[in-house]
Design a protein around this ligand. Sequence first.
Ligand code: 8ID
Ligand code: ZN
Length: 370
Amino acid sequence: MLRNLTRTKQSVLRLSTRSLATTSIPTTQKAIIFDKNNGPLEYKDIPVPKPKPNEILINVKYSGVCHTDLHAWKGDWPLPTKLPLVGGHEGAGVVVALGDEVKNFKIGDLAGIKWLNGSCQSCEYCVNGFESNCAQADLSGYTHDGSFQQYATADAVQAAKIPQGTDLAGVSPILCAGITVYKALKTAHLKAGDIVAISGAGGGLGSLAVQYAKAMGYRVLAIDGGKEKGELVKSLGAEFYVDYQSSPDLIEEIQSKTKGGPHGVINVSVSDKAISQSTKFVRSTGSVVLVGLPPNAVVHSDVFNHVIKSISIKGSYVGNRADTREAIEFFTRGLVKSPIKVVGLSELPGVYELMEQGKILGRYVVDTSK
Ligand code: 8ID
Ligand code: ZN
């Protein structure tokens, strides 16, 4: 029904940026926007944003739907969102306008909207390549309107460079899920041949984590619930699958399959129970990496176990610009594929429902033209 709504008006806006003499940009566009957390997700016409001098304007073609977008809409994290808000932070599209200060993009380039839309570039964290930890971090689909709209702005320094010819629907989940799991795997400090457990392996982050882990030379034990998720992760290269919904003793099963526990664990589930369990089944001297962000979660690690097994627990938060470039290169080289299902932008509320119920296999991607 919503698909049949009339197309965006093509009235032309002339912005005062140097690039626009050659580009026609509509004044309004379709977006999914909400006024309050948990409030109605409205599919409607809103104005096309104007890029600031440091920004590019991207005509977003596709956007992945991350579980973080659901957290943002619900407002269940201890960090307020801007309101009203256009969510989305896995947007892939074409550069259609450049702010006056932009030097690193040109019209027609392919570019990506990432979670980190912009940062100060001069604090201790930014200069050391930890720009996601910048106190002034501006977040797409959270503090800055994101990619669930046809035109979105991004700081040119942080926007992802996507090579010409790249499949834009397929690359979109790499822009958060891919970068994040690639960085998390680096954070686990594993070596080729080590076993890494991916907890939440059948979801958006997990299905990419399985593939990055394989491409990086690790053996993968995947954990998720149900037969279909088991089939998916095995098709992506997992050597073992443990079903948390039916395993009689998850810790025992993992330790026996891996002969003593995995060397690292990447926690991408949205379950605090699963996170605490991972401190028990990880191998001695192994690393537990925290990525998934269940609301109000606390990780419980038995101190005796923690010390005697000499394990480490580390947080990992998206990735920096180098991680972005590298993660995209794994995709463009064909080493990881995005297990996606494409639906219209107007269908986003239904995607959130499926996600809430844990029924999504891989990633849903929205096509902003529908
Ligand atoms: O930078 C970061 N740290 C970062 C970046 C991006 C996303 C963190 N995240 C966070 C999201 O905000 C979210 O909290 O990572 C989490 C996972 O995001 P996602 O992959 O986009 O979610 P999903 O597609 O819903 O997948 C979650 C999977 O976890 C499984 C589900 O079945 C689903 O496949 N799962 C659950 I829920 N409970 C489980 C359990 N007990 C479980 N798998 C194993 N054991
Ligand atoms: Zn995300």
